[in-house]
Each structure stands twice: as C-alpha cells, then as structure tokens.
Design a protein around this ligand. Structure first.
Ligand SMILES: O=C(O)c1cccc(C(=O)CC[C@H]2O[C@@H](n3cnc4c(=O)[nH]cnc43)[C@H](O)[C@@H]2O)c1
Length: 220
C-alpha cells in the first residue's frame, strides 16, 4: 500500500516525521510525506505535481485548524466530512456571492455533491473513530465578527482551514480514497493569537495521525 501524508508545514507533522524515520513498516507499504505549503494555491500545485507521476492508494491531509464549534475543546482532532470554498466569489455591492450563486459553477458539477466537496470515506483501509465535521477553506484566516457571521450563515462550518478544499478537490478528481484530519488550535473568533494553542494541537494531531497510519499499514 502506498500512502501519502500531506501537510501545509513541516512543523505541523514533525512528530509524525520522527516516527516515520524509525518505524518498521511492512515491506509492501510505503509512506510518503508532502509539504504542500500554506493555502489553497500552494496545496493544489504541490498535489498536482505529485499526482502527475504517482498514485497513492490513500491520501491523508493533516493540519491544525480553527473551529467555529465551541462544543469541541482546543486539541480535539476531527475528520472532515465535507469542504466548501469560503471566499471564492464576488463582492456584489457589499454582499459576498460564491461561484454557485453567480452561475459560474453549477451545483453538483464534478467533483461537487451539491455545492460541497464530500468525503464518503469509501475505499479507506481504516477509518478512525473521531468526530466528523464540515469545513470551509479560506485564503485569509477569519478574525472579525462580520466575516464569522457571513461564513456561519452561508456554510454552517465546524472548522476553518486554508488548504482542505484543494485537497478534497484533487482527491475527488483523481478518485483517490482520502482522509482530512484537523486538530483544533484555536476558535474562529475576533483575532487574539494569545488564545491559540498550537503545541497542543500539533501533539494531538500527530498522535491521531500515527495511530491512523499504523492501523492502515498493519490492517487493524
Ligand atoms: O499570525 C500568526 O502569527 C500565525 C502564526 C502561526 C500560524 C498562523 C496561522 O494562521 C496558521 C495557518 C495554518 O494553520 C491552519 N489554521 C489554523 N487555525 C486556522 C484558522 O483559524 N483559520 C484558518 N486556518 C487555520 C491553516 O490551515 C494554515 O495552514 C498564524
């Protein structure tokens, strides 16, 4: 089995990379790490370049994220069931309209189900027992009340990241079974970096990632 692990930054999966450097994996298993950079464009380019020559059996995206959902604590790891692009559209005299609303994309057009990039988790050799959330991907980390309210009203997301939709889009287009793991480092709220807990999120993310990869490669 060939497994691809994608992260925006090396820092986010440093513990996993250390685990991988000393892990004894079955000879039939290969795990590759791709650092795709922060944001949708970087991720799309790196993934596109990778998938032009290689075809993993499973792709996992792992990263920290913001949460709109305050019933989850910081450090909670979740799987993303669906992704949406949160800021791809037009500003129509002060009202944001996305590409579906202005008719440049059609609801249900490949690879969208309705207007979302849905993961059914089909084809995965193992699915972790983690809460499932919906996510919105943006180019600018949300940090003010009007932006928070706009995203909540339009997309009812649990999670916000800067890369997830590009990953779902590429995997759906290529028909590669995939899993997006996100660990909550902060709530999506009026920006206050002092409230973020990146070390906790990285620790819990990597614990879940190691457990998931171990279960996938050892078939348990
Ligand atoms: O502003 C800073 O000083 C700063 C320092 C380190 C990291 C950041 C980020 O904004 C991290 C972006 C990175 O992490 C994901 N992420 C984490 N929280 C959020 C969020 O609330 N909204 C969107 N993305 C988030 C994201 O996927 C990036 O890869 C800032």
């Amino acid at each position: 089995m060939n497994l691809l692990v994608v992260a925006a930054t090396a820092l986010e999966i440093k513990p996993f990379s250390e685990y991988l450097s000393q892990a004894s994996l079955p000879q039939t298993c290969q795990v590759e790490v791709l650092i795709g950079g922060i944001g949708l464009t970087h991720t799309a380019w790196h993934l596109g370049k990778y998938l032009a020559t290689k075809r993993p059996d499973v792709a996992i995206q792992a990263g920290i994220a913001g949460s709109f959902n305050h019933s989850w604590p910081l450090g909670q790891v979740v799987m993303i069931g669906k992704e949406q692009f949160g800021d791809l559209g037009v500003d129509d005299a002060g009202t944001f309209k996305d590409l579906f609303e202005i008719g440049l994309w059609n609801s249900g057009q490949t690879p969208f189900a309705d207007t979302s990039l849905v993961n059914t988790f089909a084809g995965l050799p193992f699915t972790p027992d983690l809460p499932v959330g919906s996510s919105v991907s943006i180019n600018t980390v949300t940090g003010s009340l009007p932006s928070i309210e706009r995203l909540q009203q339009k997309y009812t997301p649990d999670i916000e990241s800067m890369e997830g939709a590009a990953f779902h889009f590429a995997c759906l287009q290529e028909n590669i079974p995939f899993l997006q793991l996100r660990c909550i480092s902060n709530y999506v709220e009026v920006r206050d970096k002092s409230k973020w807990n990146i070390p906790l999120a990285v620790k819990n993310l990597n614990q879940a990632l190691v457990e998931t990869v171990e279960s996938m490669v050892h078939g348990r």
